[in-house]
Design a protein around this ligand. Structure first.
Ligand code: AMP
Ligand code: GLY
Length: 422
């Protein structure tokens, strides 16, 4: 098998690391990749949204399987593009077509899908500029805090949670007037749910599915979950409160109806589904769907998969996942994300990263890095994920923190309280 992974973050390094261990692999490419993926395979300088460029490369290198890491090319229709080209029809693709990617690409679609298939989620209504007055009335009838969500992709910044009614009205008006561009031309207003969040993943072939290990992500920049939202500052898997009883509810009330709903909508979904969930007094609710793996969740979930991931991906692509088994490591895996000073706001790139060669008992997943003139330098807000295994959360974290201290670059910052609430 020749495999091409699209993307350049920690998630893609974790995918590449695992796929590189498969006996079925012939050659692995990552586009555009980072300094870490270059250790697992060959980086190719093609943008994830350059469909024609990807097509030429896939044909030239006889790629058999395309794994789409981020949501952007999926929402833009890369899977539809591949299906529409005679020469690409035999390439297996991990990632849904546009009709499936809209689960992440439109919050309004996701909410109406959940309502239609009785999947537990917060009550909601959707509004546009034309229905602003109705939206105000809707807000007045709700209780604080107010949850406002831009319908479209807004790079993780499109959700506002506001305590005060008049501020909520002001923000709503700003959103509908273009604060998040086109993504905010429809706004979903929903009931606030109080509980603890977790991420659950499945790999599906559209008919059957395998549930992957669950994870808990730490999204805020500051300790004790304070400050601005980021892509994720660390993660832990397994999640202690996601016990057998809770996960059974997740499967029965959320996973099964989602897969059945996709089939009923005639959506041919082959790929990962990421369920962003919240545990409200023992009952799971869906906060959001993503049509890809999480990041940094991948950096703890993938090291816990014992089975050959490439086998699983091939069977998802061929729609015979039911014939493939999946086994997990019982151990806990934690990851601590090292980020650039200033992130998630303005930060500098190009800082040399030192100490990577000193790490013996953690797995280093590169996120925003690149190699220039023989040096590994920072190339993004999230730079390196330090993933470690242990018998329990504190043992795993002890290694991640020890090694986080050994890696150095100008402006390095990381949260010291990953797992604090578990
Ligand atoms: P989303 O982009 O939909 O995942 O929302 C971003 C974050 O906002 C989530 O991870 C939650 O922490 C929070 N959030 C979103 N919707 C709700 C809700 N209905 N109730 C409480 N918190 C929410
Ligand atoms: N860590 C959250 C995400 O990947 O969206």
């Amino acid at each position: 098998m020749n495999v091409l992974i699209l993307g350049s973050g920690g998630r893609e390094h974790a995918l590449a690391w695992k796929i590189a261990q498969s006996k079925q692999l012939n050659k692995l490419y990552i586009a555009p990749g980072n300094a870490g993926t270059a250790i697992e395979g060959e980086n190719v300088n093609i943008n994830v949204n350059d469909f024609e460029g990807i097509k030429s490369f896939v044909m030239e290198k006889n790629i058999d399987l395309l794994v789409v890491g981020p949501e952007d090319p999926l929402v833009n229709g890369i899977t539809d593009f591949f299906k529409s080209k005679e020469e690409l029809k035999n390439v297996l693709i991990i990632g849904p077509d546009k009709a499936g990617a809209i689960l992440e690409g439109s919050k309004e679609f996701a909410k109406s899908f959940m309502q239609k298939y009785n999947i537990p989620t917060a009550g909601y209504s959707a509004f546009t500029k034309e229905t602003l007055e109705d939206a105000y009335l809707f807000l007045e009838k709700m209780e604080s805090p107010y949850v406002l969500k831009a319908d479209g992709l807004a790079a993780g910044k499109g959700v506002l949670i506001i305590d005060n009614l008049s501020e909520a009205k002001d923000s709503l008006r700003e959103m509908l007037n273009g604060k998040f561009g086109k993504a905010g031309s429809t706004v979903v207003i929903e009931q606030f749910l109080s509980g603890i969040e977790l991420s659950v993943f499945v790999l599906t072939d559209g008919i059957n599915y395998k549930i992957l290990p669950e994870a808990k992500d730490y999204k805020r920049i500051g300790e004790n979950d304070t400050g601005l939202n980021t892509g994720g500052m660390g993660a832990v898997s397994p999640v202690p409160f996601a016990n057998k009883d809770f996960m059974q509810k997740v499967e029965d009330e959320i996973i099964k109806p989602t897969i059945n709903g996709l089939q009923k909508e005639n959506i041919d979904y082959r790929g990962f589904i990421f369920f962003g969930l919240i545990n409200v007094e023992g009952s799971p609710y869906v906060i959001e769907y993503n049509v890809r793996m999480g990041d940094p969740e991948s950096e703890v979930v993938i090291p816990r998969i014992k089975s050959d991931l490439l086998d699983l991906l091939i069977s998802a692509g061929k729609q015979n996942i039911i014939e493939t088994d999946i086994e997990f490591e019982e151990e806990t895996v934690s990851t601590v994300m090292l980020v650039s000073g200033g992130y998630p706001e303005k930060y500098e790139k190009g800082k040399e990263i030192l100490g990577l060669d000193k790490i013996k008992d953690s797995i280093i997943f590169h996120a925003g890095t690149k190699e220039t003139e023989g040096k590994v330098v920072t190339n993004g807000g999230r730079v390196i994920a330090v993933s470690s295994k242990g018998q329990n959360i504190s043992q795993a974290l002890e290694k991640s923190y020890k090694n986080a201290g050994l890696i150095d670059f100008d402006g390095k910052y990381y949260r010291k309280d990953i797992g604090f609430d578990l």
